[in-house]
Ligand binder design. Structure first.
Ligand code: NAD
Length: 353
């Protein structure tokens, strides 16, 4: 029987293919915008400059200062640049850090956003913005944060290093994992996430063998779209809470932290969600979804231990306390003892039993 559901609708226009970067000027014009500020990290500045060149008279300039976790000081400088250039929209080319900066500008100025994602992190289809101020990370959801247009150009992912290919894909899989048991899930996100698991399961090994495999890159980016759409349309639980705590309060790197936590947060909730995680178990071919994800991550060369990401044994108690400070919904009841054990398991990096 189909569960009762509410489907909120999809608000973002999506262009997907090879060479679609050339369509960005047309998409800006379609929004009725005339002056785009192009955003990137310092590492992708040349790409941003080239895109500004292609935008011609529709380019208002380039701001290449995006960094991880969207610090409010960087946003303040970018908003200044946006105003000084008399821009009326942003074009964000890059991973989740650049998309985050575009969202932060949009929520402050009302700018329209065209996002060109170049990783699999999955921020582009969401109404979620995480920002850091004075070392504290906070997250909010608002319709004004969700990008108007996403242009997926498979060609731009050919340069993604294998390490980030793997960890940002596991970051995306984490969105699907929590989407499968979200109380507000619906058939659209379930179908996209199921498809995404199958696509990632075959694309990642192919990309490790050959990072320039265009077919596998296409499948992986399609999978990332599905996972991002899930993240943007349902409510996340323990996994995302822990990743937020470890990134925000302990400075752990974003994609790697998701990758390490994923088998263990899956293991925590799997016994409490009936067969909701079967699509993962089936795609990754082990007796449980948790074991499937651990073996898959290991075979892809992903980091497996929080110990390797800079966490120390004495951090684990504090992390458990912070993670439980504010209550939130999770399929399996949260107890201090179990969450502390989960963190220990992720610290040690063994395969979930
Ligand atoms: P990132 O955006 O920080 O990129 C990492 C590095 O890789 C950067 O130097 C970037 O320039 C480079 N890079 C990106 N694409 C490349 C490519 N194709 N070729 C070569 N280099 C490339 O990393 P990320 O993992 O994509 O994003 C992480 C950030 O995204 C975090 O701050 C996280 O909080 C945020 N995020 C937000 C959401 C949301 O919905 N709000 C969802 C997922 C992630």
């Amino acid at each position: 029987m189909t569960r009762p559901f509410v489907f909120p609708g999809l608000a973002t226009r999506v262009v997907f293919g090879h060479g679609t970067l050339a369509q960005v000027p047309e998409e800006v014009a379609r929004l009725g915008r005339a002056r785009a500020l192009v955003l990137s990290t310092p590492q992708q500045e040349a790409q941003a400059e080239a895109l500004a060149g292609a935008l011609g008279a529709r380019a208002a300039g380039v701001f290449a200062g995006a960094v991880m976790h969207t610090p409010v000081e960087v946003t303040a400088r970018a908003v200044q640049a946006y105003a000084a250039a008399a821009a009326d929209c942003v074009v964000s080319v890059g991973g989740g850090s650049t998309t985050g900066l575009g969202k932060a500008i949009a929520i402050r100025t009302g700018a329209d956003q065209v996002v060109v994602p170049t990783t699999y992190a999955g921020s582009e289809m969401t109404d979620i913005l995480g920002e850091t101020a004075s070392g504290e990370k906070s997250t909010r959801r608002d319709a004004g944060i969700r990008p108007e247009v996403v242009v997926y150009d498979v060609d731009l992912t050919l340069s993604l290093p294998v390490g980030l290919t793997v960890t940002s894909a596991l970051n995306a899989i984490a969105h699907a994992m929590e989407g499968f048991y979200a109380s507000d899930r619906h058939p659209i996100t379930e179908a996209l996430s199921r498809d995404a698991m199958v696509a990632f399961a075959s694309a990642l090994p192919a990309l490790i063998a050959n990072p320039k495999d265009r077919l596998a890159r296409s499948d992986a980016l399609y999978a990332a779209w599905g996972c991002s759409t899930t993240l943007g349309h349902v409510t996340m639980a323990l996994h995302h809470k822990l990743a937020h705590v470890l990134g925000g309060s302990f400075g752990l790197p974003h994609a790697e932290t998701h990758a390490v936590l994923l088998p263990h947060t899956t293991d925590y909730n799997e016994p409490a969600v009936g067969g909701a995680l079967n699509p993962i178990r089936e795609a990754f071919g082990q007796g449980s979804a948790a074991a499937g994800l651990w073996h898959f991550a290991k075979s892809c060369g992903a980091p497996l231990r929080l110990a390797d990401l800079g966490m120390t044994p004495s951090d684990l108690d504090r992390a458990a306390d912070i993670a439980l400070r504010n209550p939130y919904a999770n399929p399996r009841p949260l107890t201090r003892e179990r969450v502390r054990q989960l963190l220990q398991n992720a610290f040690d990096g063994q395969c979930p039993a």
